[in-house]
Design a protein around this ligand. Sequence first.
Ligand SMILES: Cc1cc2nc3c(=O)[nH]c(=O)nc-3n(C[C@H](O)[C@H](O)[C@H](O)COP(=O)(O)OP(=O)(O)OC[C@H]3O[C@@H](n4cnc5c(N)ncnc54)[C@H](O)[C@@H]3O)c2cc1C
Length: 450
Amino acid sequence: MAENGQYFVAVIGGAISGSVAAEILADHGIRVAVIEQNKRPYGKIEDGLPRWHVEQRKQEYGRIDARLKKPGVYFVPSTKLGRDVDFQDFCRNWGFSAVILANGAWRDRDLGVPGAAEFVDKGLVYQNPFIYWYNHKNEKSYDGPRYETPDETLVVGGGLASIDVVKVLQLENYERAMKARGIQTDMHELEKGIPAACKAHGINPQSLGVKGCLLIYRRREADMPLAQPPDNATPEQVAKTEQVRQKMLRLARDKYLFRVQDRRLTTGLIVENGRVAGLRVAETKIEGRKAEPIPGSEKELRAPLVISSIGSVPEVLPGVAMKGEYYTFTDEDLPRYTGAERVFGVGNVVTGQGNIRVSLVHSQKVTNHLIEHYMGIGDGKRNLSGMYAPAEARAAERAKAVADGVQSLPALPPAEVAALEQRIRGLQQRAGYTSDYDSWIAKVTPPDLE
Ligand SMILES: Cc1cc2nc3c(=O)[nH]c(=O)nc-3n(C[C@H](O)[C@H](O)[C@H](O)COP(=O)(O)OP(=O)(O)OC[C@H]3O[C@@H](n4cnc5c(N)ncnc54)[C@H](O)[C@@H]3O)c2cc1C
């Protein structure tokens, strides 16, 4: 760390974006407090990326660990901004040189039909808690909500995250059906492809009687955001992207045997005995990006469970100004929060769940290749290294701009730095973090974490 660390920045969230930002700042000789709500800092990697991505998770944990162990980084676990620390007070009165919000997007976008909020966990489930449960359900110490995975579940979505949900349901249903026939299989075997796993055990998947879950999407299959055209795409490039999307969806269906209905818009809930028993959906007419319901086309889709997977947005934090679903960030290369001085945003918290954009870091071909492997439909050995490169690069760029900006400010007097350090140590103590990063991670990692 340079000289005497006269600047102190707080980063909220310790996962990909937060840890990248912390590292860049620390490399500039700036002290950084990383405030993380959970005991472990891995964010979407641990709780959002389904647990069959064993290697990817391990690699990303290691990278996050290496960044958070840098000299000058103070890791503060189990501390939630907005619950344990007041946002306004923290940003205005604690005296940090800057605050960087890197707290991701953990709130599911509302299903958007009247009354849906009343039926959460009564036949209606949202994607974020569902995947969290799936990733942690086999740990002895897991005490969160538990979810059923009935056959013929209805999934509302269309993006990559909804394909994850559909895969979870299919893997669970086929594992159950095979076990009922005395066939021992598991998630890892089935994730490589259900027909192949069945064949390896000498069974026809159709004979198992699984009907499969149904994914509904409001636009056309060719519009599903599974691949993206380059910026300013020509009509030929758009057409090519549409073909790629359809091919990806076809491969995924072949491997995981789920059903899809496109051009279906949810218009209402079917409620029976105080539970959601399905959805009312209308067919849509597509014009450009618009999906308009066709009058008179409404139908009922009955299902034992509905899972909504239509995107993640930042959590509402007391004291944080919102514009619609998002915090009020300026629309600049370095997004600034408009409600307080020197508060910035990096990562998913700015725009919601990271779009799979073709960025400067990844060509379109590489992005498609990574997504195919992510979905489990790519050929050959799965290699997802570099998947998070665009997210990391953007967080690094923004953190560097914050570091440069901070260093042009007057340095904090040593007494203020010492006072801040003391408050941060107080938060660490309160969380039980009294030793070093490695000992902490070893202490809080469940022994049976998959
Ligand atoms: C196939 C695929 C490709 C992708 N490609 C891209 C891409 O090209 N570009 C892109 O940007 N993204 C992409 N993503 C998305 C990627 O998942 C995210 O960009 C990245 O994981 C988000 O990291 P994050 O640190 O911003 O958020 P998170 O991982 O959500 O981390 C936020 C952290 O903040 C903590 N936190 C939340 N609230 C609080 C609070 N109030 N107080 C304290 N701590 C809090 C959380 O516990 C969490 O640890 C891709 C994803 C997939 C699956």
